[in-house]
Design a protein around this ligand. Structure first.
Ligand code: FE
Ligand code: FE
Ligand code: ZN
Length: 290
């Protein structure tokens, strides 16, 4: 189990099979890990945990030697801890706290969170707000779950677009054992980072944030050139980052124990993950996907 490359994709969770269906789908793509939302990505409305078929899903994971500890949850987009609106700030904290509890109920340890959008209130205000929100949520919970701040493209007023911003947030989190980072290769590229030299980038991250905070990677190609702050994902090898670079992320020794998750667009209304994972593991680009 330990020598398997940890790679998977975003997989849906839906009625009637819920988590069992999610696991079945991930296994059908030959994934060794995966990521899911515990409900709709756009809102905080959630089906109760006892309807989720968690036990059945966990049993199937076990039979397939997939460790639930490597499976990643993504928090809904509606959360915005950087919001200057009191109402949004409060509901964001509430939804995040609930999602952390749900993450724990599935047996997962990582939940990926978009740090937030300052929506005109300024970067400093936004960052302070994120810190205040995260501390208020984490200080009031007794949990092993790690909230992984995602590196963002810097589209609009998105925060978390640089290692400096991520580090500013982490520095002031009281419960450091509950905070981590999820690097998204498309977002890093779009925010201006050169993702082609993986070791160099990880070194920079190590100096500015600390490599031990890195808990997950979103492995996506990008439709846009470096620094364009767009955030439009592309299929592996079909974008500006390219197959060779993304393959380097898959095999890098420092990323060995870290789940690498594809969030690439569907091709002809079908999930491309089985083929994309296959070509990444086979060390050979497949130009026939689209
Ligand atoms: Fe995300
Ligand atoms: Fe992502
Ligand atoms: Zn994105």
């Amino acid at each position: 189990m330990e020598d398997k490359i940890l790679i998977g994709s975003h997989v849906s969770l839906k009625s009637p099979k819920y988590f069992l269906g999610t696991v079945e789908e991930a296994i059908s793509y030959q994934e060794t890990t995966f990521m899911f939302y515990t409900g709709a990505p756009q809102n905080g409305i959630r089906v109760p945990l006892d309807k989720m078929k968690i036990e059945e899903g966990l049993k199937l994971l076990n039979e397939n030697n997939i460790d639930i500890k490597n499976v990643v949850v993504h928090a809904p987009y509606i959360i915005n801890l950087a919001s200057p609106k009191e109402e949004t700030f409060n509901s964001s904290k509430e939804i995040l706290a609930n999602e952390i509890k749900r993450t724990e109920a599935f047996g997962c340890q990582f939940i990926v969170l978009h740090p937030g959008l300052h929506v005109g209130s300024g970067e400093e205000f936004g960052i302070n707000r994120i810190i205040e929100g995260l501390n208020s949520v984490l200080d009031n919970l007794d949990t092993k779950v790690i909230v992984c701040l995602e590196t963002m493209a810097g589209k609009g007023s998105e925060l978390g677009k640089s290692f400096e911003e991520i580090s500013k947030i982490i520095d002031r989190i009281t419960k450091k054992s509950n905070i981590g980072v999820c690097m998204d290769t498309c977002h890093l590229n779009d925010s201006g980072y050169d993702v082609s030299d993986v070791d160099n980038l990880l070194n920079e991250f190590d100096k500015k944030v600390g490599l031990h905070y890195l808990k997950a990677v979103h492995l996506n190609d990008s439709k846009n050139l470096r620094g364009q702050r767009k955030d439009r994902h592309e299929n592996i090898g079909y974008g500006t980052i390219g197959y060779d670079t993304l393959h380097k992320w898959v095999v890098n020794e420092k990323l060995k124990s870290i789940p690498k998750i594809l969030e690439t667009p569907w091709i002809d209304d079908k999930p491309p993950y089985k083929e994309e994972i296959k070509m990444l593991l086979n060390n050979k680009f497949d130009n026939s996907l689209k």
